[in-house]
Design a protein around this ligand. Structure first.
Ligand SMILES: [Fe+2]
Ligand SMILES: [Fe+2]
Length: 135
């Protein structure tokens, strides 16, 4: 059973962003499934790496749009991205050095962060970017 579902309520209304968010949800579910199935360190580490890399790629997509259109709240938004990216990289380092593993709490943290960030911060930029012609 997935830990989270992609739903219409998560849609911000800009296609490239919605597609990337849907893929992030998919990767969170893949990591969750691997954890629940008790997959070994190699599999879990591979999925964790993929999730982190895709997250960074997605943040870059948003930040390039901010730059292109001069989004006024970019600084605060980018700070949120950087905080999560740092936490995720710390998790990966701890995981790789056997100091931590992927737990249900880890998954809940990732899921809650993603939902809250999309619902509040990403939805906040959507009207601005749409007014600049993004769709
Ligand atoms: Fe996003
Ligand atoms: Fe964002």
């Amino acid at each position: 059973m997935p830990i989270m579902d992609w739903s219409e309520s998560l849609r911000v209304g800009i296609d490239v962003i919605d597609e990337q968010h849907a893929k992030l949800v998919k990767l969170v579910n893949q990591l969750y499934d691997a954890m629940v199935a008790g997959k070994g360190k190699l599999v879990l580490g591979t999925v964790l790496t993929e999730l982190i890399e895709y997250t960074v790629y997605h943040f870059n997509t948003e930040e390039e749009l901010f730059k292109r259109h001069g989004y006024p709240d970019a600084v605060n938004h980018i700070r949120e991205h950087n905080d999560l990216a740092r936490t995720a990289k710390e998790l990966k380092i701890a995981y790789e050095s056997n100091k931590a593993t992927v737990t249900f709490d880890t998954m809940k943290f990732l899921k809650d962060w993603l939902v809250n960030h999309i619902m509040k911060s990403d939805k906040a930029y959507a009207p601005f970017l749409k007014s600049k012609g993004e769709k």
